[in-house]
Design a protein around this ligand. Structure first.
Ligand code: SAH
Length: 493
């Protein structure tokens, strides 16, 4: 049996612009060959079971020659594997997808093409430049700028005749020649031009000008690659429509120190506001040393089940289903959970929690329990490492509390190399403060944002002043406080 090759466009950078088809295929690939332009967030989606090779030029590594790539795809497919070839943007837009498909056909290997969102379209869109517009451009031409200096190739005379939009890919290094050739062939030196660097990523930058002055402006701005060039009247709309680079926290680098599941919600909020989020430290969820304590919570009858995280919910139901049971096993049991995300994952499994405290901490549950808990059995489903305050209090009130260990959290890397040019570090608990400064005692230069008074006190214990404190202990309030303070400082500059 031979496998199949999928030539997939991974989009321009923003992982949200990956197609559903691409995401599905990546998730079940056996072998993945990744191009240089594919973003790490997308490469990270590769399943642990897949073999991943980087075939494009990356940092220190060299590119694999095209014929070697083709042979690799053919060989792996012939072993019966599902092979994914991931390319930046769209595979058929200056992506050599055509050549690879021809080779695969010649070798008799089955393949499919999965189009991607090309940087040629998404770049201008994220810069607020519509590539066509009824008032300014009725055509769009895509040109490789790579051959700008060769005598063959581009028909400059014909290009110069077009009133529409011209997008040059791979033309950044030839920007001066491109501007020169267009003006030499009759295009007005005032024709607007935009250069968009690292389009659709949190580092996107757009420089605008005219054919006459764009080169100087770009040189001054010291723009990094990849970058594309847009020539045409539509570029004027950048100032009007510029929606992406004007997001409130755009360009900010914000550290989210992890504490249970709040981190992912906080990360999402900051990313929606345009920030780059650095998670610190990187934590992996691992199975507990033994399932015994969780199985007791699954099998025996408790009056209350307390879930403190989505991981706990997943593990509990996995064990329950594995025993051939389902949500009905929880009939008559009162279920509480800490955090809305935890509640949502319970609801998804057919259980509406009886109680969700308005704070993200298990101690917030305490006031909801009776003063006398004799003969009451409570199971707390959570990580091996966690706070015991709630459990102690329940025991003091006479309850029998069972600690069901559903998972462990293990710090995997200190990703300290990402800790540069940080604008804000957010802290969602005293322990995140302790962990962060234990690993980075010398850290300074960023605003420190705390979720509330206890966390602020922890900062002071480390000799730091909180620059930002949320008005209430919620993730949204923390995000809003960071937003307000960075805006205030921006205005005062
Ligand atoms: N198949 C790709 C293009 C590959 S050619 C696509 O459809 O997008 C590589 C060129 O694409 C780069 O030289 C640059 O001009 C452009 N490019 C790709 N990704 C980009 C990005 N995120 N921002 C700006 N330009 C990009």
């Amino acid at each position: 049996m031979t496998g199949k090759v999928f030539l997939i466009g991974a989009g321009p950078g923003d992982p949200g612009l990956l197609t559903i088809r691409a995401a599905d295929l990546i998730a079940r690939a056996d072998f993945i060959a990744i191009d240089a332009l594919v973003s790490d967030a997308i490469a990270d989606r590769a399943p642990k079971t897949a073999e991943v090779v980087y075939v494009g030029k990356r940092a220190s590594k060299h590119a694999l020659p095209q014929d070697k790539i083709n042979q690799l795809l053919i060989d792996e497919a012939k072993k019966g594997k599902t092979v994914v070839r991931l390319k930046g943007g769209d595979p058929f837009v200056f992506g050599r997808g055509g050549e690879e498909a021809e080779e695969l056909t010649a070798a008799g290997v089955a393949f499919e093409i999965v189009p991607g969102i090309s940087s040629a379209l998404a770049g201008p869109a994220y810069a607020g430049i519509p590539v066509t517009h009824r008032s300014y451009a009725t055509s769009l031409t895509l040109v490789t700028g790579h051959e700008a200096d060769a005598s063959t190739g581009i028909k400059w005379e014909a290009l110069a005749q077009l009133d529409g939009t011209i997008v040059f890919l791979m033309g950044f290094g030839n920007l001066a020649t491109i501007a020169e050739k267009l003006t030499a062939n009759g295009v007005s030196a005032d024709r607007p031009v935009a250069v968009i660097s690292k389009a659709t990523t949190p580092e996107q930058r757009t420089i605008t000008g005219t054919l006459a002055n764009i080169e100087g402006r770009v040189a001054e701005a010291n723009l990094p690659t990849p970058a594309l060039i847009v020539v045409g009247e539509v570029v004027k709309l950048h100032d009007v429509i510029n929606w992406f680079e004007s997001k409130p926290l755009f360009g900010k680098r914000i550290v989210v120190t992890r504490a249970r599941e709040q981190a992912s919600e906080l990360k999402r909020l900051f990313e929606e506001s345009g920030a780059t989020v650095i998670q610190f430290p990187t934590i992996e969820i691992a199975p507990p040393d033994s399932w015994d304590s969780l199985d007791i919570a699954v099998e025996e009858h408790f009056d209350w089940l307390v879930f403190t995280s989505t991981n706990g919910v997943s593990a509990f139901f996995e064990r329950l289903f594995a025993k051939g049971e389902d949500a009905r096993a929880l009939a008559g049991i009162r279920v509480v959970c800490v955090g809305e995300t935890t509640a949502a994952s319970l609801r998804a499994r057919g259980i509406a929690p009886d109680l969700v405290p308005d704070k993200f901490m298990s101690t917030a549950l305490i006031p909801h329990f009776d003063a006398d808990l004799h003969r009451v059995r409570i199971a707390v489903i959570r990580a091996a490492e966690g706070r015991d305050e709630f459990i102690e209090e329940m025991r003091n009130r006479g309850a029998e509390v069972h600690l069901a260990v559903a998972y462990r959290t293990v710090p995997v890397a200190l990703n300290a190399d990402e800790l540069h040019d940080i604008d804000v570090v957010t802290f969602t608990s005293a322990s995140t403060v302790d962990n962060f400064f234990a690993m980075n005692p010398q850290f300074e230069g960023a605003l420190l944002a705390s979720i509330g008074p206890t966390t602020s006190d922890a900062l002071r214990k480390h000799g730091r002043q909180p620059d930002i404190e949320a008005s209430m202990a919620s993730i949204q309030a923390l995000h809003d406080a960071v937003h307000a303070e960075t805006r205030r400082r921006g205005e005062n500059r």
